[in-house]
Write a protein that binds this ligand. Structure first.
Ligand SMILES: NC(=O)c1ccc[n+]([C@@H]2O[C@H](COP(=O)([O-])OP(=O)(O)OC[C@H]3O[C@@H](n4cnc5c(N)ncnc54)[C@H](OP(=O)(O)O)[C@@H]3O)[C@@H](O)[C@H]2O)c1
Length: 302
């Protein structure tokens, strides 16, 4: 069997495992079980962080295209203002590496734009480097932008959503949160934290009208991916994945379309590309196992 056939077979096994572990993604198997109520996006407000470019910009177009009003957050004021004007949304410049700005953001957006129904924690950073050679600020900033800011935004917004009858959280994580590549130590750790955090939210709010979607991505062609070539060990690791056909080019618009559908249908996972799903499924197994074992144990004080 050559490498092409081997990877095709591996991809097919990964899909089989996914059908077993996540049957809700496969309606034909009778498993169309939404973990949150279906959400009609028309007339809803969606707060998207990191909307100035890359995948976040595609989210802005896709959610607006689905009839939602978008509230856009990033540091680059001109970019989010122009995009908000084009999509008839609102722009809220903020630096998520600053905890004070993060703490004030939900108040600020809801005062300026109105109540938020869907939060998309998309902003992320992670230039590859040797862990001990990275700038002093790197570890704190990566952890702050990729994990602490999304977690704090959830902490602030969920009580408001519940007070209004419900809402949905989308956390944009990475396959690097399941497996680790050279040069991405802080990045991978922050994404692992975000993925595990999302599972924690799911457990805490089980039975309440807060949906969560964890999005685990392989390489998507954006400014962030272009940085990979700056550090040879990371670049070499990516080249290997491409050669093994585990990594494939996926358009950021495809990511946006899959996430929109997941929010509309209350799905709790988006894994792209599917052929990489196996590492995500293995990471998910103990979380799902614990959920099953704790069936019937109260998750909130009544
Ligand atoms: N591209 C990939 O291959 C890939 C793979 C797996 C996961 N992801 C995840 O997907 C998400 C989007 O990545 P991308 O590829 O679209 O990256 P990107 O093109 O570099 O865009 C990153 C976005 O985050 C914003 N951002 C960065 N630092 C910020 C800060 N301190 N405060 C506020 N906003 C900030 C940027 O806006 P400003 O610079 O204007 O602030 C920009 O809008 C990230 O969470 C990333 O980890 C990407």
């Amino acid at each position: 069997m050559d490498a092409e056939q081997w990877t095709a077979r591996a991809g097919e096994y990964a899909m089989r495992v996914e059908r077993f572990v996540a049957p809700h993604d496969y309606p034909a198997l009778g498993g169309e079980h939404a973990y949150a109520p279906d959400m009609e996006l028309r007339g809803k407000r969606v707060l998207i962080t990191g909307a100035s470019r890359g995948i976040g910009e595609s989210f802005a177009h896709a959610f607006a295209g689905a009839g939602a009003t978008v509230a856009l957050v990033a540091r680059t004021r001109d970019a989010i203002r122009a995009l908000a004007a084009e999509l008839e949304g609102t722009a809220h410049p903020a630096d998520l590496s600053d905890p004070t700005q993060v703490a004030a953001l939900v108040d600020q957006v809801e005062e300026e734009a109105g109540p938020v129904d869907v939060l998309v924690n998309n902003a992320g950073i992670g230039a590859p480097a040797a862990f001990t050679d990275a700038p002093d600020e790197d570890l704190r900033q990566v952890t702050q932008v990729n994990y602490l800011a999304p977690a704090e935004l959830c902490r602030k917004i969920i009580p408001r959503m519940l007070g209004r009858g419900g809402g949905h959280i989308v956390n944009i994580s990475s396959m690097a949160g399941c497996s680790v590549l050279p040069g991405l130590v802080s990045y991978s750790a922050s994404k692992a934290a975000l993925s595990h955090f999302t599972a924690g939210l799911r457990a805490d709010f089980r039975g309440l009208p807060i949906g969560t979607t964890l999005v685990e991505l392989g390489p998507i062609s954006t400014d962030m991916l272009a940085q990979i070539d700056e550090y040879e060990p990371t670049a070499a690791a990516f080249r290997r994945f491409y050669r093994m056909h585990l990594a494939v080019d996926v358009a950021r618009e495809t990511v946006a379309d899959e996430v929109i559908e997941a929010v509309q249908k209350g799905r709790r996972h988006v894994r792209i590309p599917k052929r990489m799903a196996i590492s995500s499924l293995l990471s998910e197994a103990p979380r799902r196992g614990t959920e099953v074992m704790l069936g019937g144990v109260p998750n909130q004080v009544k």
